[in-house]
Design a protein around this ligand. Structure first.
Ligand code: MN
Length: 208
């Protein structure tokens, strides 16, 4: 069965004024939908892959037949990354992970403080050259890391477990912020869904 476009987990205007409704509508209904359509079209040539979660394909691109590997990486990556991005945000951000959470303790351990983590994430994300994504992930050894990926590449393909993402393709912010990527990322911190990030962290560390 073909992959389906997950609905936005909130309304188009739910992240105003930080992310405007028009941007969110086009980003989800057009950009995300196009990655999905292109992925489904590519998988017509590999029907045995259609029922597998796209995340599983991204985790082991070498196992994907060469004829569709590039499409899975680019279109499948775009499909999965955007779903992950919507869920990384929400209208009622707590601003930081709950102080008593294991994630907060791990962030303090890895980055000295939440403020230092924010600085590092912001620097990696704003400073990423060209289109891409800024991430907080667990590396193969289970350590928290801040990094960026180009185009639609997924941390899953590097053996990492993503926890939080910020989209820095221009289509994510150009209507409201034009060339001011730093202003967009500064505003984006106000809509991070920390409960979701904590949930992902717990799931990843329990599994490990
Ligand atoms: Mn995007």
């Amino acid at each position: 069965m073909a992959h389906q476009l997950p609905p936005l987990p909130y309304g188009y205007d739910a992240l105003e004024p930080h992310i405007d409704a028009r941007t969110l509508e086009i980003h989800h209904d057009k950009h995300h939908a196009t990655y999905l359509a292109n992925l489904n079209k590519a998988l017509e040539a590999a029907p045995d892959l259609q029922d597998k979660p796209v995340e599983d394909l991204l985790k082991n691109l070498d196992a994907v037949p060469e004829g569709v590997r590039k499409a899975v990486r680019n279109q499948g990556g775009g499909f999965a990354n955007h779903t992950f991005y919507w869920e990384s945000m929400g209208p009622k951000s707590s601003g930081a992970p709950a102080a008593a959470s294991a994630l907060a303790a791990s962030i303090n351990k890895a980055f000295v403080s939440f403020a230092t983590f924010k600085e590092k994430f912001t620097a990696a994300t704003v400073g990423h050259f060209g289109s891409g994504w800024g991430w907080l992930s667990l590396d193969k050894g289970g350590q928290l890391i801040v990094h960026s990926t180009a185009k639609q590449d997924s941390p899953l393909s590097e053996g990492f477990t993503p926890l939080l993402v910020c989209d820095v393709w221009e289509h994510a912010y150009y209507l409201k912020y034009q060339n001011r990527r730093a202003d967009y990322v500064a505003a984006w911190w106000n809509v991070v869904n920390w409960d979701k990030v904590i949930e992902r962290y717990l799931a990843a560390t329990k599994r490990g």
